[in-house]
Write a protein that binds this ligand. Structure first.
Ligand SMILES: [Zn+2]
Length: 401
């Protein structure tokens, strides 16, 4: 039924003096995160907000113990300024990265720098995982000396498969089949008493890479993150500085399942000739040693052999580069992102792959900017889960409807 106009109007949230202040507060906090340490004067200059208003916001951030202000080290010239930085010892969050073999649990303050990381073997059943995660969270609290009255503000969780980010239900994890349809967020909230945010690992990899890149590149706002893994390709999509999750937050950017050969081998998704079958580490290894079994070191061995000038290794990498170029050019034609960020072991040979990939692009004249991710996938996913847990602290309040 169509809503009446007056009903629709109640769905607007318009700016009033208090919400404008909330927006300015989140802008100031985000700028401190990006440029710390910096002075009140620099904040005023960057935002165009009057000094007196900046001071009132900063005083509030200091009072709520999110920010500290300290005298800079004197350098013998001029007045010594007072500089603002984020506090890492007051508001704390935790993060969980579930991987097929190992699960990591970490905690951080506002800077998202991990302060402590615990690891355990990932249980085959999700109920056991919840019990072990809750126990690791308690252990973290004890080890960093959080009092019994304090708790983590949020816990961010990275899942290596499809998850509904709105409901927190796991949909499908290829490596952990028993996790399908498990209400992970609900169970973890019950066990830990802390609000849980859950997302797919590559979405969080994209988020973490964007945060790490913002610091020294002035911000990359539209990019695609790809993880070339052992048997698959994961991806995350950042549009206008925000993670894009698809209309119902169930899946997005499943570029690994773009079909590049409809008559190709069967994929685990049920279709044939998906891109990931041609660029994953196992595919690179098979080209090099068709009958030898694949292990974690396989890609390193191909790279080492190619550096030694072994022709079959160079050929194998070149073939992977060709398929990388095919898939990435499809993505670029569809989305025209600023950058494609690629993570995974194969990127250790990026200097060798790069000319091959660029040769494949050359005829199309498509300008493509590919960068290796700032970290290996495992620490990146954990970092992304910390960023997810901190998201609401820095997020601007929503205005409009
Ligand atoms: Zn597929």
């Amino acid at each position: 039924m169509k809503k009446s106009e007056s009903e629709q109007i109640t769905h607007f949230r318009t700016a009033n003096p208090s919400s404008v202040r909330d927006v300015n507060r989140s802008i100031v906090l985000s700028l401190i995160r990006l440029h710390e340490p910096l002075s009140r004067a620099a904040l005023s200059e960057k935002t165009g907000i009057f000094r007196s208003n900046i001071s009132s916001i900063v005083d509030d951030l200091i009072e709520t113990r999110l920010v500290r202000e300290e005298r800079a080290t004197p350098n013998g010239r001029g007045r010594v300024p007072y500089l603002l930085s984020l506090r890492d010892d007051t508001y704390r969050v935790a993060a969980v990265s579930i991987r097929p073999i190992t699960t990591s649990v970490a905690c951080s303050g506002l800077t998202a720098r991990p302060q402590k990381v615990l690891q355990f073997k990932t249980p085959a059943h999700p109920k056991d995982a919840v019990t072990q995660i809750a126990s690791a969270v308690r252990q973290l609290k004890a080890e960093i000396g959080m009092g019994s009255k304090k708790d983590f503000g949020r816990i961010g969780v990275s899942v290596p498969g499809l998850v509904n980010a709105h409901t927190g239900e796991v949909l499908w994890i290829p490596a952990l089949p028993d996790y399908a349809e498990f209400p992970l967020r609900q169970e973890l909230e019950q066990q830990t008493g802390v609000k849980i945010e859950i997302d797919n690992d590559c979405n969080l990899g994209a988020l973490a890479d964007m945060r790490l890149r913002q610091v020294d590149m002035g911000g990359v706002k539209d990019f695609v993150f790809l993880e070339i893994g052992d048997i698959g390709v994961g991806a995350g999509l950042i549009l206008n500085g925000e993670l894009y999750r698809g209309h119902d937050a169930r899946f997005v950017a499943e570029f690994g399942h773009m079909i590049v050969d409809p008559d190709g081998p069967k994929c685990r998704c049920g279709r044939r000739g998906c891109w990931e079958l041609y660029v994953c580490d196992r595919a690179t290894w098979r080209r090099f040693r068709p009958s030898a079994s694949f292990s974690e070191e396989s890609v390193e061995r191909v790279i080492a052999a190619s550096l030694n000038g072994e022709k079959s290794a160079i050929k194998a990498l070149r073939q992977t580069a060709r398929y990388l170029a095919i898939g990435i050019s499809n993505i670029v034609l569809a989305l025209n992102p600023q950058v494609i960020v690629v993570a995974g072991r194969i990127m250790e040979s990026w200097d060798q792959l790069r000319p091959f990939v660029e040769t494949e692009f050359a005829p199309s004249q498509i300008p493509i900017h590919i960068l290796p991710a700032r970290m290996a996938p495992e620490p990146l996913f954990l970092q992304g889960a910390l960023s997810l847990a901190l998201h609401d602290v820095f997020a601007q309040p929503a205005l409009g409807w």
